[in-house]
Design a protein around this ligand. Structure first.
Ligand SMILES: C[S@@+](CC[C@H](N)C(=O)[O-])C[C@H]1O[C@@H](n2cnc3c(N)ncnc32)[C@H](O)[C@@H]1O
Length: 188
């Protein structure tokens, strides 16, 4: 079975090009940060957010000193202030993988309030044609409410964005969900 995280990578691969800037909003164990780092290459950049030093340390270990990644120990709700202004409107991809750090402290889970603020900022930071992915889990405390809040926010996307929800073979009510948002290419 293809995991939703792999489907998210496949979706990002269709959009994000070498040399571009990108954001991992939840660095965690660093899988998505490493994926983005390899995809954008030495001329590109990745801004990786996490509130837990342990997560950023694990992420750093996965990167083998890749110099195109900036680790930000910050709430992703603050991403608009953290991303240098020259990248605003020029971000090719933003990835969210919600929930807690696997193998870590499960009390540090993403929260609906800051997740919604961060997604709203991410939509502003995207370039025309850029992509946002959100993997949401509903099996942990608060996860179901957070997934519902994300669903409601993305159901009311401003003009110029399109949403699709991807499902794998195991798409039952308790399974994780993958939301893929595209910012439409500007015409003319
Ligand atoms: C499921 S893990 C992410 C997995 C990661 N993308 C990977 O590839 O390994 C979720 C992460 O979100 C982090 N997190 C929770 N709240 C956050 C917030 N407000 N801002 C940034 N990161 C947050 C947690 O510390 C945890 O490491």
């Amino acid at each position: 079975m293809t995991r939703l995280t792999e489907l998210a990578h496949a979706a990002v691969r269709t959009v994000l090009a070498a040399g571009e800037a990108s954001i991992d909003a939840t660095a965690g164990n660093g899988h998505d940060t490493r994926f983005l780092s390899v995809l954008v290459g030495p001329m590109g950049s990745v801004f990786a957010f996490d509130i837990q030093p342990e997560a950023l340390a694990r992420t750093a270990q996965k990167l083998h000193e890749a110099s195109n990644v900036t680790l930000c120990q910050r709430d992703h709700a603050e991403m608009r202030n953290e991303i240098p202004p020259e990248f605003h409107g020029r971000i090719g991809a933003v990835m969210f993988n919600l929930g807690y750090l696997p193998g870590g402290d499960k009390s540090f889970t993403t929260q609906a309030d800051s997740t919604l603020k961060a997604i709203a900022s991410a939509l502003e930071l995207l370039r025309s044609g850029g992509i946002l992915t959100v993997v949401a889990y509903i099996g942990h405390p608060g996860g179901s409410d957070e997934a519902e809040a994300v669903t409601n926010l993305l159901a009311k996307l401003p003009a110029g964005f399109s949403l699709r929800e991807e499902r794998n073979e195991e798409s039952i009510s308790a399974a994780p969900r993958l939301f893929v948002v595209h910012k439409r290419l500007a015409v003319g």
